[in-house]
Design a binder for this molecule. Structure first.
Ligand SMILES: C[S@@+](CC[C@H](N)C(=O)[O-])C[C@H]1O[C@@H](n2cnc3c(N)ncnc32)[C@H](O)[C@@H]1O
Length: 248
């Protein structure tokens, strides 16, 4: 394993990629899949997030269906080490669906944290100002600072990657739930915000996304953060090579 501030990126389906990781090899997993519920907002025209992003020039990405949660959370549980945390960014509607499925995969659900975006956004039925981050545990792990509130304030990101999350919110979660040099993983990394936060805090990062635009953007952000692209997951690479895939 390389030292801290190292990262490795992959381009694959999230579940397929997780399947290629060894069991109990990951210290912390936080992620932000593109939820099915977004389709509802698109249908009634209450979101601009589905338009082409000026910053990334990519169209809105494909959604990850709720029907795949069981296989996703099953793999997340398997790859996480014993006594670790899992954070899932999601909207309130998806929280009701995701929570029981993650619990049935073995996780203990603690609570939804709130990302307060500080200003209102789109919507007709009370305009959206927050998102949830569901906080799950495998085994038992103490948070680093028991004085941190469950509302994390950070302004929404305008004109960035679609649904980009603030680095500062990711930093709080990573600081709370991992040690220096830990391996932090995001299988739906988008612009790589979780990776940027991980490197800032001296952790290692392995990220994955299906979209080429994501890989290019995340790589440039991680390199700008002083990250060193290396081979964190040599065992996993060998497995991928056998299946015909490769690190991007
Ligand atoms: C909501 S965005 C993540 C944004 C990220 N948190 C950030 O701050 O930039 C979701 C990402 O999931 C990717 N995605 C969609 N379906 C996927 C799949 N089956 N496997 C892996 N990635 C997928 C999309 O390309 C998109 O980049």
């Amino acid at each position: 394993m390389n030292g801290s501030r190292s990262f490795q990126l992959f381009q694959s389906d999230a579940v397929e990629w997780l399947r290629s990781l060894p069991s109990e090899s990951v210290d912390l997993l936080l992620t932000d899949p593109p939820y099915e519920s977004l389709e509802k907002h698109r249908a009634v025209g209450t979101t601009t997030r589905l338009k082409v992003s000026a910053a990334s020039s990519n169209a809105w990405f494909q959604i990850f269906p709720n029907a795949r949660f069981a296989e996703l959370f099953g793999e997340v549980f398997r790859v996480l080490k014993q006594n670790s945390h899992f954070y899932l960014f999601c909207d309130p509607e998806t929280a009701f669906i995701a929570k029981p499925i993650a619990e049935s995969c073995g996780f203990r659900f603690w609570k939804p944290l709130v990302w307060d975006k500080c200003t209102i956004g789109m919507g007709y039925h009370y305009r959206a100002r927050y998102e949830f981050v569901l906080f799950f545990e495998k085994g038992k792990r103490r948070l680093v600072d028991l004085g941190v509130a469950d509302i994390l304030q950070a302004p929404r990101i305008r004109g960035g990657y679609p649904a980009e999350k603030p680095v500062s919110v990711n930093e709080t979660l990573i600081r709370q739930s991992s040690d220096e040099n830990a391996l932090v993983v995001d299988p739906f990394m988008g612009s790589g915000s979780a990776g940027v936060a991980a490197l800032k805090l001296g952790r290692r990062f392995a990220g994955n996304d299906v979209a080429e635009e994501s890989l290019a953007l995340a790589r440039s952000r991680l390199l700008a953060e002083g990250g060193v692209e290396g081979r964190l997951l040599a065992v996993q690479e060998q497995l991928l090579a056998k299946c015909g895939g490769a690190g991007a």
